[in-house]
Design a protein around this ligand. Structure first.
Ligand code: B12
Ligand code: SF4
Length: 488
């Protein structure tokens, strides 16, 4: 078998010295079969946080982001086996689990495997029982910076570490570590973690629209319980919701500006603008540091919270450099919004998007088509809402753009529980994520840019068929792309 040995794919490590760990972000599909067509993906900040912390503790670690590089599976296996680290670490997400397990199963037997991420938390026992994960010495549930460093020091520390699981060789059953007084590992103090060392990231900072941009994490955890979301509070009962203090955030922004010339930031966490108290606290600090004078920034927000924000608050966000807010809108149907527990209404959506764009803030709205129980009329309500929001905001200084997905279930989420409870689906059926090529082999520019998100389990969960859903998805994405071409 041909093995690719491009060790330069592993970032942040000193490749002249023995390696303690290579962290692997598996590709979404095997790029040997169909090459990656889009050219930018958000950075793997979670892995970079772990790697930065481990490096600070003296370990020689690197990150191989096979999604960002578009690396074929065989090449990932070849590089890791060639470098022969003591450990290989995997970030397991539901749609990338199969490929991660495939890679793990082909690693040389002396390489120990550790795994974390959302899927590890949602389905630990089947993962540990998977023969391809036989080298897995530690499955780490939740935020892993401090526990990974302990494991790198000595894997036997796992017995002391809470929410770390492995297969006991004698009982041949999963066991969980943890001793009294070690609970602090589950929620590392966010203001004491080192800033992410960007040497671990393939495309961050990166040039875009005449600026250098960087992604950041401002908070951890989300208090909401949207039924489809892996970050929902009921899927993550172990997470303590924490927001970084404004001074820590401002120091990281300053450092990125000084070291890399960054003047645009994107907060990728669940809800940077998700609570009134946080907005007020951050904006007071941003005004004090004159952030609006030198930077622009994008963030996620909640419609119900922004709906309660008065005009002076919105003006403050603008003067402090807010460029774009990403909002989970999901549906145009009142019933669906209530079914998914979004706690917003179509009227609130229209009002918030109109007010934000009127004061010059761009809005990116996320939508999902094909929710369980969704009728054709309800899906049409969503399509109509997207068009309405384009029309309502066309003359405004801020733009509105949509990003539309086909519904897919993730283990551990409230929706997953509801689907399994119907008795109509097996776990295997619901986990059958398949990449859908809507790019016409890379030709269609509008779909090319979002190729990595075209995933489906191929099940019709509501009234519209998957073919109808994809037709709407393609139409809306094409229209969005055309609008970009004619943007004001
Ligand atoms: C930014 C983001 C992305 C980025 C970066 C993804 C990445 N691999 O890091 C991009 C845009 C590329 C992305 C893509 C996808 N994403 Co995404 N993404 C997010 C988002 C919004 C924030 C993640 C983040 O940076 N959090 C902050 C950091 C600090 O936390 P973290 O990443 O979870 O990392 C911590 C722990 O998980 C753990 N950990 C992480 N890696 C490892 C590795 C080891 C070895 C160990 C021990 C522990 C460990 O320790 C970290 C530090 O404390 C989350 C929502 C969320 N709240 O998590 C969704 C989310 C993680 N994504 C999700 C999904 C499904 C995807 C896709 C599969 C989507 C698709 N196309 O179908 C792809 C996967 C592509 C890929 N292989 O990277 C789901 C996961 C659901 C699930 N149950 O699997 C989430 C929860 C959103 C959702 N839809 O519900 N995503
Ligand atoms: S969709 Fe957003 S608000 Fe809802 S649970 Fe997920 S991260 Fe929280």
């Amino acid at each position: 078998m041909e093995t690719h040995r491009d060790s330069s794919l592993v970032l942040g490590a000193d490749l002249t010295r023995p390696l303690d760990c290579v962290f692997v972000n598996a590709p979404l599909r095997d790029y040997a079969a169909r090459p990656r067509v889009n050219d930018y993906t958000l950075p793997v900040l979670g892995m970079a946080y772990i790697a930065t912390y481990a490096a600070q503790q003296g370990f020689n670690v690197g990150v191989l982001d096979a999604e960002a590089h578009g690396t074929p599976v065989t090449d990932v296996v070849g590089v890791v086996n060639h470098l022969a680290p003591r450990w290989a670490g995997f970030n397991l997400l539901a749609p990338t689990y199969e490929i991660s397990a495939d890679i793990a199963g082909r690693l040389d037997p002396q390489i120990m495997v550790m795994a974390g991420g959302h899927q590890a938390k949602a389905m630990p026992t089947p993962i540990l029982a998977d023969p391809r994960m036989r080298q897995c010495k530690a499955l780490v549930l939740g935020e892993a910076e401090t526990r990974v460093a302990e494991l790198l020091a000595d894997h036997r520390h796992r017995t002391d570490l809470p929410s770390v699981m492995w297969i006991d060789p004698i009982l041949n059953q999963p066991v969980t570590g943890g001793r009294f007084g070690a609970g602090h590992h589950l929620a590392p103090e966010v203001d004491r973690l080192p800033f992410v060392d960007r040497a671990f990231l393939a495309q961050d900072p990166y040039p875009a629209a005449g600026r250098i941009e960087a992604n950041m994490v401002g908070a951890r955890g989300c208090p909401y319980d949207c039924s489809f979301c892996g970050a929902a509070v009921s899927a993550n009962p172990d997470v303590v919701i924490r927001t970084r203090g404004p001074h820590s955030i401002l120091r990281e922004m300053d450092q990125l500006r000084e070291m890399h010339g960054v003047t645009a930031f994107r907060f990728v966490d669940d809800l940077f603008l998700g609570a009134r108290r946080v907005i007020d606290q951050m904006m007071t600090a941003f005004t004090g540091a004159d952030v609006g004078g030198w930077a622009v920034w994008d963030a996620t927000g909640r419609i119900n919270v922004l709906h309660r924000a008065d005009d002076p608050t919105l003006d403050r966000l603008v003067s402090n450099g807010l460029r774009e807010v990403a909002l989970g809108i999901e549906s145009g149907s009142e019933r669906m919004l209530s079914y998914i527990d979004k706690r917003i209404t179509p009227d609130m959506i229209r009002s918030v998007v109109t007010r934000l764009t009127a004061c010059g803030i761009n809005v990116k709205g996320y939508f999902i088509l094909g929710f369980p129980t969704e009728t054709r009329t309800e899906l049409a309500d969503t399509v109509r809402l997207v068009h309405q929001l384009w029309d309502l905001t066309d003359a405004h200084p801020g733009t509105f753009r949509s990003s539309v997905f086909e519904f897919r279930p993730y283990p551990g989420t409230p929706e997953w529980g509801r689907l399994i409870a119907t008795g109509r689906y097996t776990t295997t059926q619901l986990l059958n994520y398949t990449a859908v090529d809507l790019t016409d082999h890379g030709v269609d520019e509008s779909m090319r840019q979002r190729d990595e998100f075209n995933f489906s389990v191929g099940i019709q969960f509501g009234e519209p068929t998957t073919a109808e859903i994809r037709r709407h998805l393609v139409e809306l994405s094409k229209r969005e792309h055309e609008r970009k071409g004619t943007a004001k």
